[in-house]
Design a protein around this ligand. Structure first.
Ligand code: 5GP
Ligand code: MG
Length: 207
């Protein structure tokens, strides 16, 4: 589903910038999106979403663990309306930097029947994960499911899947990225920016 929010997406060029001082690592090739770019876009996204969703109706915000934890935390700090907030968890990168089978690590516990749902995820790659979430949540009869992702690897989804989120922070080129919640083997989640993993780390152990 594409909305006005999608049209406002920022596109990040395929240009690797220097890793900010203090964060350099042999496992990082460089920076793709800076901390200040993220913070200003998160603010914009929060405003866009609240101007388009029926905020006077019951709404449940569902961040997808674990990768979206920083993004969701920053986004909901700008949420001015009543909402319920719970978490769901899925993992698709069991042991590599290639997507694998989707595993529900934290199932839906909240009643979403006749409520609007806002799913917040870190990154849309093949679209498999958001597709699975939509299918599963639909079984619980919400009024509507809205989706928001920080990053969208547009090259991947222009092929077979064509899945889009309703709200996208940044369209990015096809690199394995880490930081701002996204990990490689549980590392780099704490970075305030989005970095690119060195190619010599690929294929070993990302979640
Ligand atoms: P999809 O199901 O759309 O292929 O992938 C979505 C999930 O895979 C994301 O929620 C994220 O957990 C993981 N993922 C996809 N691309 C990347 C990436 O570049 N870096 C990291 N760390 N995780 C990714
Ligand atoms: Mg994920």
């Amino acid at each position: 589903m594409t909305t006005e929010g999608e049209a406002r997406t920022r596109t990040i060029p395929d240009r690797i910038r220097l890793t900010p001082t203090g964060w350099e690592s042999p496992e990082l090739k460089g920076m793709l999106v800076s901390a200040s770019e993220i913070q200003s876009r998160v603010r914009e996204l929060a405003d866009e979403i609240q101007s388009q969703l029926p905020v006077d109706k019951p709404i449940v915000i569902l961040p997808v663990l674990s990768g979206s934890f920083l993004f969701a935390a920053d986004l909901v700090r700008h949420w001015r309306f009543a909402c319920e907030l719970d978490f769901i968890g899925l993992s698709s990168y069991g042991a590599s930097t290639q997507p694998g089978l989707i595993d529900w690590t934290h199932k839906l516990k909240t009643d979403i029947k006749d409520k609007h749902v806002l799913v917040i995820d870190d990154i849309l790659d093949t679209g498999q994960t958001l597709d699975e979430i939509r299918k599963e949540l639909s079984k619980h009869h919400p009024t509507a499911i809205h989706t928001c992702v920080l990053l969208h690897k547009t090259l991947k989804t222009s092929g077979s899947t064509r899945f889009q989120a309703d709200y996208t922070g940044f369209k990015i080129p096809d690199h394995f990225v880490v930081g701002y919640g996204l990990d490689f083997a549980l590392k780099f989640r704490q970075l305030p920016f989005i970095g690119i993993l060195s190619t010599n780390c690929h294929g070993t152990n990302a979640d």
